[in-house]
Design a protein around this ligand. Structure first.
Ligand SMILES: [Zn+2]
Length: 285
């Protein structure tokens, strides 16, 4: 399949008088939310999926509760001449789920893996369950690690997988203690690899057209970091802060708090696997 998202802006529907959506394939359009940041890259991707002319779509990750984003989505829906019949959240973080209440405005059913974590009334969407709308069927794939309630969504007809924050369009995702779990994260990456996706559509950043290569890179990056943490524990041991100072010696200390949450996620994995010992908050081999 070609990579239509590589077309210049405007070639795929963002020209004068057009709504700010871009088509990624024959059944998938994306609307970028205006919430750029170091954590969200250019902003959150809200996906609209449905066969053209069917009159309804499933919307994935409404994103932040911003007036401009809502206007962009409503304009896109008018342009598609479609209503939203289902909204699915990949996970509960605010940049994906803050606007979950819009599902009610649209008369749509809201789906989430853990309804209690999201800010609107949702139906549980367990692993393996499906949501259908607009002639598209999405299958929920529970992929904890970045967040305990994280879902990837596989489009059965196209083989595309929407990856939320499990895999991003650029760089690596945050797996931060205590909500993030590195052991689960790496197992979820392997599970994603087993889906044989035709493409990955992330919650932030551009679509990825070499899923196997990207997943292999992600796994290699985490294994390399894990080895660095193990080496630091063996060399100096001590508290997570002491381990961070060694592993991240060439990094601006302003980033140490974030690095410590990541190191703690690695340490928890290593302790569970019996490769590192913990006494209180001090770690040794
Ligand atoms: Zn997130």
């Amino acid at each position: 399949m070609p990579a239509p998202d590589d077309l210049p802006e405007g070639a795929a529907g963002a020209g004068a008088g057009q709504p700010p959506l871009r088509w990624l394939d024959e059944v998938t359009a994306v609307v970028l939310a205006p919430n750029p940041s170091p954590m969200t890259l250019e902003g959150t991707n809200t996906y609209l999926m449905g066969q053209r002319g069917r009159g309804d779509v499933v919307l994935i990750d409404p994103g932040p509760d911003l007036v401009a984003h809502r206007a962009a989505l409503d304009a896109s829906l008018r342009w598609m001449d479609a209503t939203v019949s289902a909204v699915v959240l990949t996970h509960h973080h605010a940049d994906h789920a803050e606007a979950a209440g819009w599902a009610d405005d649209w008369g749509a059913v809201l789906h989430a893996f853990t309804p209690d974590l999201v800010p609107a009334k949702a139906r549980p969407l367990p692993d393996g369950a499906t949501v259908g709308a607009g002639g598209v069927t999405l299958e929920a794939v529970h992929t904890p690690g970045h967040a305990s309630d994280h879902l990837c969504l596989k489009a059965r007809d196209t083989g595309v997988v929407l990856t939320g924050d499990h895999v991003l369009g650029r760089g690596t995702t945050v797996v931060a203690w205590p909500d993030g779990d590195m052991r689960e994260y790496m197992a979820s990456l392997e599970r994603l690899g087993g889906l044989s996706a035709s493409a990955l559509y992330p919650g932030h950043g551009p679509a990825l057209h070499d899923p196997a290569g990207v997943i292999a890179e992600y796994l290699a990056h985490r294994r390399e970091r894990e080895q660095q943490v193990l080496d630091a524990v063996a060399a100096v041991g001590g508290t997570p802060g002491e381990i961070v100072a060694r592993v991240y010696a060439d990094v601006d200390p302003v980033l140490y708090p974030a690095a410590e949450r990541s190191v703690r996620a690695h340490l928890r994995k290593l302790v569970i696997e019996g490769r590192v010992r913990a006494r209180g908050d001090t770690y040794s081999i």
